[in-house]
Ligand binder design. Structure first.
Ligand SMILES: *Cc1c(COP(=O)(O)O)cnc(C)c1O
Length: 374
């Protein structure tokens, strides 16, 4: 197996053709010339397939599953990918186990599943509650690790083994870690699902989602869902994301190193409480994270003394932007409570560390803390 950098640069890039671009440009086509039988045509109609998706899907599959053949299916957002798995695979009467500390849209997804007659059990990502929530009727176990924004981590291998013993499919939201941080399929999961809007694209200019799996039948069902529901990615977005993957290893390594430097600096500040980053040696998730992750991600979360303090802090930042989302090359932070969807204190800040110089980010954060205290 080649190294991460070599894989990132070459993932999904076709064999060189004389006088063709190394990464072919986006193919804009609602339909393709179609002589004869559509069953043997690689491309026929734009909702079914597009060569620009195919190249991106090969790239993502090569990152999530370098040693074995896996299939990736791309979607126009992370939520479209999540819906394809949960709404596409679960039927009335089935049961599913989902985290209660996951991405802020997940409670809405749980409500929708319940309204369709799916029994939903929830459990926090840390501890053993997810294991205890599994039952013989569980068809899907959904994990998000590290969980956004609380950054608890769960043991994918252990949970996947327990869920498989009950006949459940195991899906992991791999958005925060990225495939260079963690490979859920190698840890026993059936599906690795992610929002590529975050670090995978990394430039804050594309929304994207994907599902990767090794099982051909499962992949076919997810692909069929996309064709039937019509949740399709634009070719321009697909191409931009593929172009960005060439630097994914550089970005995520730099961001993880910067995030650790930032977390170490924030740890020294008395006004910072509840500091979390899985790479910090004394983080409650560190031992487990160190076993299953290769990089600990770019997110650092912490709590400041109240809403006003946090707002003054965010206002005073100059390099770190006040914006939602994470994983981009530019550092951003936000008071997560402003959305009202996460069970977090009013002063809770989710910080996404970018690729700027660590010293500059740290100086900006420490200066803004001083300004907020005045
Ligand atoms: C952002 C995010 C999603 C949703 O992705 P979109 O691309 O915004 O639809 C899902 N899971 C996690 C962990 C996320 O951070």
């Amino acid at each position: 197996m080649t190294g991460d950098g070599t894989r990132a640069v070459h993932a999904g890039v076709p064999t060189p053709e004389p006088y063709e671009p190394p990464l072919p440009g986006p193919v804009f086509a609602a339909h393709f010339h179609l002589p004869g039988d559509p069953a043997v045509a690689p491309y026929a109609y734009g909702r079914q397939g597009n060569p620009t998706w195919t190249a991106l899907e090969k790239a993502i599959a090569a990152l999530e599953s370098p040693d074995q053949d896996a299939e990736a299916i791309v979607f126009p957002s992370g939520m479209a990918a999540i819906s394809a798995v949960l709404l596409g695979l679960l039927r009335p009467g089935d049961a599913a186990v989902l985290p209660d500390d996951a991405y802020q849209m997940m409670p809405r997804v749980r409500e929708r599943l319940a309204s369709l007659g799916v029994t939903v059990r929830t459990a926090p990502t840390g501890g053993d509650a997810q294991l205890d929530a599994l039952d013989d009727d569980t068809r899907v176990l959904w994990l998000e690790t590290p969980a956004n924004p609380g950054l608890d981590v769960c043991d994918i291998r252990r949970l996947a083994d327990a869920a498989h013993a009950r006949g459940a499919v195991v899906a992991v939201d791999n958005t925060l870690a990225t495939p260079f941080g963690q490979r859920p399929l190698d840890l026993g999961a059936d599906l690795s699902v992610a929002s590529g809007t975050k670090a995978l694209n990394g430039h804050g200019d594309v929304l994207l989602g994907y599902v990767v799996c090794r099982d051909k039948e499962l992949a076919a069902r997810i692909r069929a869902w996309r064709t039937e529901v019509g949740a399709i990615l634009g070719p321009m977005e697909a191409w931009l994301a593929h172009r960005g993957i060439a630097t994914l290893h550089l970005r995520v390594e730099r961001q993880a190193a910067n995030a650790l430097a930032v977390a170490r600096a924030l740890r020294e500040r008395p006004e910072v409480t509840g500091l979390r980053h899985p790479g910090l040696p004394d983080d409650p998730s560190h031992a487990l994270a160190a076993r299953q992750m290769r990089l600990f991600g770019c997110v650092v979360s912490f709590t400041l003394p109240g809403r006003e303090f946090a707002d003054r802090f965010l206002d005073a930042l100059r390099i770190v932007g006040d914006a939602t989302s994470f994983g981009g090359v530019r550092s951003t932070a936000e008071r997560r409570g402003r959305w009202g969807g996460d069970p977090v204190p009013e002063g809770f800040v989710r910080l996404s560390v970018g690729v700027e110089d660590a010293d500059d980010i740290v100086a900006d954060l420490l200066r803004a803390l001083d300004a907020a205290a005045r």
